[in-house]
Write a protein that binds this ligand. Structure first.
Ligand SMILES: [Zn+2]
Length: 285
């Protein structure tokens, strides 16, 4: 592990209670957001469903980034979504690191990431048991690609929920794709990854990488219930090797981990993000 690595973070956004935000209407008139949360709650234990129900009925104070409750960094709590204004409020003091391509040990994509993130991923790779490897399927993404994904998924959500308000749309879309101005992939600060075995076959993680909340009935949420014991164990293994090297998971996507972006800074309590959008930097890749 490189000596410049900081200790493992002790805070992380947690449970995917996606309705817990200040701009979500109360349950008196069920909103689109609450409809989706309730739909994905059907497969979870009653205690968690009740917690979500309470969140829906009382929009209450803004959710906090809570201290992790477990060794894997995923304790109980509420999720901070990338659409949360506290994420965009985090200042960026860009470290100016270049993008580097991940080597073949991370699979054929050779994804581009900031140099320190590459170091940390290499350290995480070394923590895995023999015969299991991290496979990174995407790293840096152009702003144009980010906007295209937002447009595509927004259209899906609008088609599924005719008449959805702009606020609800922004909120729901951010579970799956980050608003462009805070997008961790555009900053070169995030990877989408999974686990593969010795012959390169993907392990069971409970849903495909990039599954939407709708298509996976919520199984894309890191803490989703109703996934197989193997899938649960493999997600725990991801957290067990990525959390100690300083990466933070986006709780609505088990495959998305980042370091140095605004979301990471909010999660770990850093005063500023280390990496901003590369689209804003002249000459960036
Ligand atoms: Zn991602």
């Amino acid at each position: 592990m490189p000596t410049h690595m900081s200790p493992a973070p002790t805070a992380s956004p947690t449970l995917p209670a996606v309705a817990a935000d200040t701009d979500v209407p109360t349950a008196r008139t069920p909103s689109i957001t609450s409809t989706i949360v309730l739909a994905t709650s059907r497969t979870v234990p009653s205690r968690r469903a009740e917690e979500r129900g309470l969140l829906l009925e009382d929009s209450g104070p803004a959710p906090q980034v809570e201290a992790a409750g477990g060794s894997d960094g995923h304790g109980g709590g509420v999720t901070i979504l990338l659409s949360d204004p506290r994420v965009s409020a985090v200042p960026v003091h860009d470290a100016g690191e270049r993008l580097v391509a991940l080597d073949a040990s991370f699979g054929p994509a050779h994804a581009l990431v900031r140099a320190e993130l590459a170091d940390r991923l290499a350290a995480a790779q070394d923590l895995l048991p023999r015969g299991i490897r991290l496979r990174v399927v995407e790293g840096h993404r152009t702003m144009a690609d980010q906007r295209a994904i937002i447009a595509r998924y927004s259209a899906e959500v609008c088609a599924a929920h005719p008449g959805i308000s702009a606020t609800d749309l922004h909120h729901l879309v951010s579970r799956y794709v980050a608003p462009a101005d805070v997008a961790p992939h555009v900053a070169g600060a995030a990877v989408d990854l999974t686990l593969v075995d010795v012959v390169g076959e993907e392990l069971d993680l409970g849903s495909p990488v990039d599954a939407t909340p709708e298509s996976s009935a919520g199984a894309c949420f890191f803490d989703a219930d109703g996934i197989s014991p193997d899938a649960r164990a493999h997600r725990r293994l991801l957290a067990a090797v990525l959390t100690p090297v300083g990466l933070v998971n986006y709780p609505t996507e088990w495959w998305h981990w980042s370091f140095g972006d605004r979301y990471w800074a909010l999660a770990v309590g850093a005063p500023a993000a280390l990496y901003g959008s590369l689209a804003d930097r002249a000459g960036a890749a």
